[in-house]
Design a protein around this ligand. Structure first.
Ligand code: UGA
Length: 440
């Protein structure tokens, strides 16, 4: 099929490349010249495993093209809207200006029988607002939320664990056309759920709200564990064995960040309030508050471990991305912790395998370096993003290069016993401090 993807960020760039990889002819559109130039040359503007290979293959096959000119969508019959819906600068609701602009810009190029497929995360009720204008052009509107995880975006796009189509009542044409777009995934077993617009829009925010709630639940347990001598990681393992609960998304630590979970729960709350049902999701404010308290707790732990003040102490901050396998620092708890420690006068040297460039753009005041530079003569080491290279650090080797063997494991991702045995004072979140220094 002939497809356009409007918006080539974390979502759209992957979607465009993935659609070309299953044999569609695709044009990706974005207003950002630099981004389009990079993509057109086969260079991924974001760190996403597998994406560079997919881009190169798509461009070489001639199936994948990029442009800044929306007029180039003319040859396509299926148009995906994949622009961002960031948090508004005025309040916690979603800023829909990019979705509005994308659909408005697309309308003149629509022909009879075209499909407009919204993938952006929008407040419930948004699709209905666009329906008339799209249908007036003889086109069909579908809301088809995206559930990809950064770091696994290529796999999640090519083999989605479910496909949700929100369509107008009785629009079988749209369902069939979208089934054709996703034929490869459907043949491989991805289930399709067809619903109305509102359900499809809500599925997306409900899924992210549930995941955020699960993380904040275990982080609330971590807060209780900290004052009772319990260990939240064992607690998570034990409750996770119950299949109704499950162990996934029960990793206590510095909490969730990124371009989705934080802003989605806030936008959902704002929308529920607009609808007069704010009380139904009041708990999401608590989820948000628990999450943000964890960042404070990490800073507090570092301070406690350094004897009450971080002032002029060298702190190695390992990790800046909001999660491993990503260079995304949007609302990153790791970057936030680095900035806060720096603000309290610590000599922070922050490092990350992929996210330093994005971090530097946002926070040029921080000192960035290699892992070796960060660790050299450090008074404390803080692991804030669980990259494999940090999990695999040899505690005995690192012990030799730091000034004081204090490690704060803000993701509970290190082997606490191994670090304590190597002579470190180990402090995790929701666990007791292990003082191994006596044995060193
Ligand atoms: C999330 C959802 O998982 C995707 O399904 C969704 O499509 C996407 O948002 C989106 O709306 O676009 P993503 O933001 O890539 O995906 O990241 P997650 O893997 O969900 O992680 C979010 C945050 O939670 C990270 O900061 C991670 O470190 C944290 N987390 C995750 C925990 O603190 N504990 C856990 O147990 C799991």
């Amino acid at each position: 099929m002939n497809i356009s993807v409007i918006g080539c960020g974390y979502l759209g760039a992957v979607h465009a490349a993935a659609m070309a990889s299953v044999g569609h002819e695709v044009i990706g559109i974005d207003l950002d010249n630099a981004k389009i130039d990079a993509l057109a040359a086969g260079n991924s503007p974001i760190f996403e495993p597998g994406l560079p290979e997919l881009l190169t293959a798509g461009i070489e096959s001639g199936l994948l093209r990029f442009s800044t000119d929306i007029a180039n969508v003319g040859g396509a019959t299926v148009h995906f809207i994949a622009v961002g819906t960031p948090q508004s600068t005025r309040n916690t609701s979603a800023d829909l200006r990019y979705v509005d602009a994308a659909i408005e810009g697309l309308l003149p190029y629509l022909s009879d029988g075209d499909l407009v497929v919204g993938k952006s995360t929008v407040p419930v009720g948004t699709a209905e607002r666009f329906r008339e204008a799209v249908e007036a052009r003889g086109a069909h509107l579908v809301w088809n939320p995206e559930f990809l995880r950064e770091g696994f975006a290529v796999k999640d796009t090519i083999e989605p664990d479910r496909l949700v189509y929100g369509v107008a009542d009785g629009d079988d044409y749209a369902v069939e056309a979208l089934n054709e777009v996703y034929a490869t995934a459907i043949e491989a077993g991805s289930p399709v759920i067809v619903s109305d617009f509102a359900t499809a829009e809500l599925v997306k925010v409900a899924a992210n709200a549930f995941l955020a709630t699960k993380i904040s639940f275990i982080n609330a347990m971590a807060e209780i564990a900290e004052v009772t001598g319990a260990d939240v990681t064992k607690l998570a393992d034990a409750i996770g064995h119950d299949k109704r609960i499950g162990r996934k998304f029960l990793n206590a630590g510095v909490g969730f960040g990124g371009g989705c979970l934080p802003k989605d729960i806030r936008a959902f709350t704002a929308r529920a309030e607009e609808l007069g049902r704010g009380e139904s999701v009041t708990f999401l404010k608590e989820v948000d508050a628990i999450n943000l308290r964890r960042r404070e707790r990490v800073v507090e732990l570092v301070t406690e471990e350094l004897g009450g003040s971080v002032f002029q102490k060298k702190v190695a901050v390992l990790g800046l991305a909001f999660k491993p396998n990503s260079d995304d620092v949007r609302d990153s708890p790791a970057l936030d912790v680095a900035v806060r420690l720096n603000g309290f006068g610590a000599n922070v040297v922050a490092t990350d395998p992929q996210a330093m460039q994005n971090s530097r753009r946002l926070h040029p005041q921080l000192v960035y370096g290699t892992t070796e530079e960060a660790l050299a003569d450090a008074d404390a080491v803080v692991v804030v993003t669980e990259w494999p290279e940090y999990k695999e650090l040899d505690p005995a080797e690192v012990h030799r290069v730091v000034r004081t063997p204090i490690v704060i494991d803000a993701r509970n991702c290190l082997d606490a016993d191994a670090w304590a045995d190597a002579g470190w004072e180990y402090a995790g979140l929701g666990r007791q401090v292990r003082n191994g220094r006596a044995t060193s």
